[in-house]
Design a protein around this ligand. Structure first.
Ligand code: BES
Ligand code: ZN
Ligand code: ZN
Length: 490
């Protein structure tokens, strides 16, 4: 999808879209048309009432520059959020594709509805993300991606905002496109190769640690979880270094279990296929790193992605095993399905030890309990730092990638104490499953401000996921827009 701007809405276009506030009886920014067309528009306005997400198409007969007008409801002015234009823009883009158009135009809303830079970002993110389709394995690919013209007065600021939004949307789409891959087509090695290729294109440093080095270097969590699979584990490390030489980096860590069967503590069969999405945390980190490098952000960021496949087999780790993590601490394994915290703990300790970062952020589809607690539209955050938490919540509000904080105090830390090792990899029964998992991660970090984002409910669309035009079925890329906002506002 190509994106450009025009100053005037009177240019030639297949589809001219304008936003309509609820019961306002006018299309924002629409130029005057002849009286016949105007009366049809007015009739349509009455019928659709500007209700949020409602679309109404008006064909214009004859050989006119504008072939169709599309009215797009955005609801009541007081209910407009950071997500409204993104959501409606996604709907418009899907309509343009359904009509098999090669191009469509959207009139940017006036600033009393949404401030113009933010409106442009929302239009682009909504349209681009909505048009992404996971059709890699479909023999017939019929659907095209129409180009978009945004009607807005041109300025340097607008051109810059367009570029930035395109890069951000592309980061999220990159994340979705790897996260959607089936487990037979995406092993830890595949993921490492994706990271290598992406980093080469974007001039980032990329290193991969494989077996037997992982074991030799003390990555007991990654090695143990990975030992049950023929697909060898990998630790992927990306470095973006456009900050000052001595500036401490931000470390991003993401869980990438390319398939989580549960291992010897085998998961039930129902919906096990969805565990291909257990790599979403790692994919989020790769998408963020891609965008950071394309945006040339003047900061230092390290992306660390521990990747394994969790399989049952003769070589698998078992319940009862005691393993040694990268931190030197020991962990008693009581459930091989609680594998994410083991590989993350290694990666977090490695990140802290090698980079002395100023901040560590991790993403993981870590616990089913997170879905029980918060459902499928809100991610859980757990942190050891109030300031960092506040900043992430601010970014969450701006990007509508929703988060909710859960507490982490000593009582929770005590719940993962083991009789025979330093920690056990499960809490007490099902109590506070998301927090006890975070408590395990907390033990991997000594002193760095850290925030853990459990994306189990939000990383892909599930039964209870709220329908969003820009998140078609499958992986959502959750976290990419959130963290890019955070990094841009540092
Ligand atoms: N990958 C799962 C968590 C998960 C489950 C995410 C369903 C999204 C949807 C994780 O590895 C896991 O299995 N966690 C266990 C932990 C338990 C054994 C302590 C869980 O949540 O049941
Ligand atoms: Zn698991
Ligand atoms: Zn898992």
């Amino acid at each position: 999808m190509k994106i450009k701007t025009e100053n005037s809405a009177k240019k030639k276009t297949n589809l001219l879209c304008g936003f309509v506030l609820e019961n306002s009886n006018k299309v924002l920014g629409l130029p005057k048309f002849d009286s016949n067309t105007t009366s049809t528009i007015n009739q349509s306005l009455k019928d659709m009432e500007g209700k949020l997400g409602k679309l109404s198409i008006i064909p214009i007969p004859g050989k006119k520059p504008v072939q169709r007008i599309l009215l797009a409801g955005i609801g009541k002015k007081e209910n407009i959020t950071e997500d409204t234009i993104r959501f409606v823009s996604g709907k418009i883009a899907l309509k343009a594709r359904e009509l098999k158009l090669s191009e469509f135009s959207i009139i940017a809303p006036p600033s009393y509805v949404t401030e113009s830079i933010s409106a442009v970002s929302q239009i682009i993110e909504g349209a681009k993300m909505a048009l992404y389709k996971f059709d890699k394995f479909k023999t017939e690919k019929i659907e095209t991606s129409p180009n978009l013209t945004i009607i807005i007065s041109k300025s340097n600021k607008i051109s810059k905002a367009i570029k930035i939004s395109e890069i951000i949307a592309d980061g999220a789409i990159f994340t979705k496109s790897i996260a959607n891959l089936p487990p037979n087509e995406c092993t830890p090695t595949t993921l490492a190769n994706f990271a290598k290729n992406m980093s080469k294109k974007n001039k980032m440093k990329c290193s991969i640690i494989s077996e037997p080095e992982l074991k030799k270097k003390g990555f007991g969590g990654i090695s143990s979880v990975g030992q049950g699979s023929n697909n060898q584990p990998k630790l992927i490390i990306l470095e973006h270094s456009l900050g000052r030489k001595n500036e401490k980096p931000i470390v991003l860590v993401g869980k990438a279990v390319t398939f989580d069967t549960g291992g010897i503590s085998l998961k039930p069969g129902a919906a096990m296929d969805e565990m291909k999405f257990d790599k979403c945390g790692g994919c989020t980190v790769l998408g963020i790193m891609k965008s950071i490098s394309e945006l040339k952000l003047p900061i230092n960021v390290v992306g660390i992605v521990p990747s394994v496949e969790n399989m049952p087999g003769g070589e698998s780790y078992r319940p009862g095993d005691i393993i040694k993590l990268y931190s030197g601490k020991t962990a008693e394994i009581l459930n091989t399905d609680a594998e994410g915290r083991l590989i993350l703990a290694d990666a977090l300790s490695y990140g802290e030890k090698h980079y002395s970062p100023k901040t560590i952020i991790d993403f993981a589809t870590l616990t089913g309990a997170c879905i029980v607690a918060l459902g499928t539209n809100v991610a859980a955050i757990v942190s050891n730092d109030e300031k960092l938490t506040k900043k992430i919540i601010d970014s969450s509000k701006r990007t509508t990638e929703e988060v909710w904080e859960l507490p982490l105090n000593q009582d929770y830390m005590d719940m993962i104490k083991s009789d025979v090792a330093d920690m056990k990899n499960v809490g007490i029964g099902r109590a506070a499953g998301t927090i006890t998992a975070a408590a395990f991660l907390r033990n991997a970090i000594e002193k760095t401000p850290w925030i853990h984002i459990d994306i189990a409910g939000v990383a892909w669309t599930q039964g209870a996921t709220k329908e969003k035009s820009y998140n078609p079925k499958g992986a959502t890329g959750f976290g990419v827009r959130l963290i890019l906002d955070y990094l841009q506002n540092l």
